[in-house]
Write a protein that binds this ligand. Structure first.
Ligand code: SAH
Length: 209
């Protein structure tokens, strides 16, 4: 039988800590959330491998390190409300839910939204609301957010996201430029945004962007 606990511990050590993930809350969240519950049955043995995995509908569950990096950049506090765009499997939402007060997670593919919502409820993640919608519009009903992160690449940040973030809050997203993408952090300060780059990444495109 696969010892997922020890694979998880190795992942935390070899993929996260060794690459500079040092936010203890992020590390604790990754030590706790069972990634094997978020991948298809036939891929469970690869649940802790250092790469994205296909989850159907031509989309992937993101590489653990990239999920951790986005969480660390967001600098999440216990009282925060976070908007997660691109629910996919729900793994990133589950990680975020350990770090903050509540997570609003938006998925454009109805089957994935339904599956993730059911999975997260079954696994006992009660502070996550999964919405089937186009995340390009953000989710004004629950705004403002302390942080917005997206797991799908866009050449330009939609105005909705900029309007729905609080002063001092951050948007983290993969910016596409031709076939390349770069992980970008935008911090809202005095009504404008300060940009910081965090290296090359690879994500599925944001639909409708
Ligand atoms: N964070 C996810 C990764 C999912 S991949 C996980 O941990 O599994 C990115 C997801 O973004 C896909 O499920 C895709 O369907 C979704 N997506 C793409 N464009 C979107 C949009 N405009 N609104 C909401 N979700 C979108």
């Amino acid at each position: 039988m696969t010892n997922y606990k020890s694979l998880r511990e190795e992942m935390v050590q070899n993929q996260l800590k060794s690459r500079g993930i040092n936010d203890q809350n992020v590390i604790d969240a990754f030590s706790k959330v069972q990634r094997e519950n978020f991948v298809p049955d036939n891929l469970k043995k690869f649940a802790y491998s250092d790469n994205p995995l296909p989850i159907g509908h031509n989309v992937t569950i993101s590489q653990p390190y990239i999920v951790a990096l986005m969480c660390q950049i967001l600098d999440i506090k216990k009282n925060h409300k976070i908007l997660d765009i691109g629910t996919g499997s729900g793994y990133q939402a589950a990680i975020l839910s350990q770090l903050c007060d509540s997570v609003i997670s938006i998925e454009v593919i109805p089957e994935l939204a339904d599956q993730a919502s059911e999975r997260l409820r079954r696994l006992g993640y009660h502070n996550i609301k999964v919405i089937h919608a186009d995340g390009t519009d953000g989710y004004p009903e629950e705004a403002p957010y302390h942080g917005i992160k997206t797991a799908a690449a866009t050449p330009k940040v939609p105005d909705a996201w900029k309007n729905q973030i609080i002063k001092g809050g951050k948007i983290v997203f993969p910016k596409s430029k031709g076939i390349y993408q770069e992980l970008i952090e935008l911090r809202k300060k005095n009504g404008s945004f300060i940009e910081k780059k965090h290296g090359k990444v690879r994500f599925v495109p944001l639909v409708n962007s």
